[in-house]
Design a protein around this ligand. Sequence first.
Ligand SMILES: Nc1ncnc2c1ncn2[C@@H]1O[C@H](COP(=O)(O)OP(=O)(O)OP(=O)(O)O)[C@@H](O)[C@H]1O
Length: 285
Amino acid sequence: MNSVIELKNINYRYPLTEKKTLMNINLNVEQGTILGIMGVNGSGKTTLCNVIRGFIPSFYQGNLDGEVLLDGKPIAQYDEAQLSMKIGYIFQNPFTQISGVKDTVKEEIGYGLENLGKPSDEILERVAKIINLLELEDIQNKNPFDLSGGQKQLVAIGSILALNPEIIIFDEPTSQLDPAGTNRIFKIIENLKKDSKTVIIVEHKIDLMMECIDQLLVLKSDGTQLALGKPEMVLKKLLNENEVALPTAARVYRELVQRQLVEKGESVPVTRADIVSVINKMEEA
Ligand SMILES: Nc1ncnc2c1ncn2[C@@H]1O[C@H](COP(=O)(O)OP(=O)(O)OP(=O)(O)O)[C@@H](O)[C@H]1O
């Protein structure tokens, strides 16, 4: 498999701050896989996304050490236009993503394509597809500023998906969404993987995140890397730490092990199906 994103020994300090926000981060994301990032508030998840997108150091400045490679090439060798086409970034705050220059949701979703100079029939076709995918039919003619927070978040996601980037970074994409909207986004993420897209997701709804990720990175509160790897192995490590909250499957498993109802195995259940299978086996025994 091709390594799409590689971070080698990343250390970063924001301007005018004394403490580094990220320390010794090493990461490798293969094409068509989903990386989940977990960590408490302020552990550096958004900062890390900004490093991968190249906003650090170009926009935020500060001191960045280490290497960021995209498709094996240093990120500094890509210009901003190339990066914006290659990597879609869905910001934590959807309000910052709305362009402010379009009067309707459908125009807003097509705005990025328009900037790329795509022909209008292609824009119309792609926008219609996105509206259908995100179920935005009822609000497609509304002004983006007249939308609720959750609706704005869906429009912001739609604007990025319309551009069809190879890599998509979702920084807390469901923070404003109700359960139906949240499920829609996770379905879309699974479909992106089927389309061989590479996805990075930061999400506090960890149970849902566990259902779709291939690799899990956990940041410590001091900005260092606590664990990276297959979720079942990372969660095994987290069982003995109090650094972050565990997903439900792992918490239930830890309780069952502590009560000596199941024997501790090589890996830890990650998904709902995993823990159901542990419980079924326990009942059979
Ligand atoms: N522009 C900035 N200048 C200086 N420090 C910053 C800046 N942006 C973020 N920080 C600091 O960097 C640290 C990491 O912030 P970051 O937003 O990356 O964390 P996070 O893990 O994404 O948090 P959350 O879960 O709350 O979104 C925090 O201590 C924050 O105060």
